[in-house]
Design a protein around this ligand. Structure first.
Ligand code: 5RP
Length: 234
């Protein structure tokens, strides 16, 4: 039996999509890579959202069968809306993953996690043989951490302990991310809090150092990953 549902079928992206035209262009390029039978990891964010529309269009017009492993509920609901089958990391390994980013430095290190989904995004990227990161010019920085803080997902009662350790690791400011449309802190999909930590400099070991703090689930630092950057001009 089917739901008379309009919530998921009528779902829209939650905010205005910045640089929508450029993102739609690159979404077409990514969708053109899809091959019949592939399992594809989909990160999160508006670029990923728009790419799913382009993939769904190819699936419809060329009768391709593709399965998506989503990194967030919003991307999972978009797959349902578009009729794209989904699977999990329990069942399948992605042939490749695509995702956006908040900052990319000259060595292709990344900060991700504006959407709070960096834990599952990292799991997908680590599980995939190839990853395509899609960004516009505005995401390139000469120094990681210059425009965005490093998001750190933390077990809720561990935030004070973790804040102290982030400062010992050099964070100049640590902010508890608060919800919009909700009182109190943002809760991640895993029921955790997010600390946004500003660093004046980010050296190679920082990702591992943050991960080693008890109470930290994952950070939005991606240093030294084997990824391909698909850039577009706004
Ligand atoms: C979410 C992310 C996103 O990939 C990043 O914020 C980019 O988003 P957008 O494609 O909307 O610019 O890391 O956790």
């Amino acid at each position: 039996m089917e739901w008379k549902d309009s919530l998921i079928s009528g779902l829209q992206w939650s905010e205005h999509i910045i640089n929508r035209e450029g993102k739609e262009r690159v979404a077409q390029e990514l969708a053109a890579r899809v091959k019949d039978g592939e399992v594809i990891g989909a990160g999160s964010g508006s670029t990923v959202y728009l790419t799913l529309f382009a993939i769904a269009e190819r699936m419809r017009s060329e009768k391709l069968h593709v399965e998506i492993i989503p990194a967030s509920m919003e991307i999972s609901m978009t797959c349902i809306q578009l009729g794209i089958p989904q699977t999990t990391l329990w069942e399948k390994r992605p042939d490749w993953t695509f995702d956006g980013a908040d900052e990319v430095d000259p060595a292709h290190n990344l900060i991700k996690g504006r959407g709070g989904a960096m834990f599952k995004e990292k799991l997908l990227i680590k599980s995939s043989e190839r990853t395509f990161i899609v960004v516009d010019d505005s995401k390139f920085v000469s120094r990681l951490g210059s425009k965005f803080p490093v998001p750190v997902e933390v077990f809720p009662t561990g935030v004070v302990y973790v804040e102290e350790w982030l400062k010992i690791l050099g964070a100049s400011e640590v902010i508890l991310r608060m919800g919009k449309g909700k009182d109190g802190p943002v809760l991640t999909e895993n029921g955790n809090f997010i600390l946004d930590a500003w660093f004046d400099s980010i050296a190679e070991p920082l990702e591992k150092e943050i991960k080693s703090i008890t109470g930290v689930i994952e950070s939005g630092l991606f240093i030294g990953y084997d990824i391909e950057i698909n850039a577009y001009t706004i």
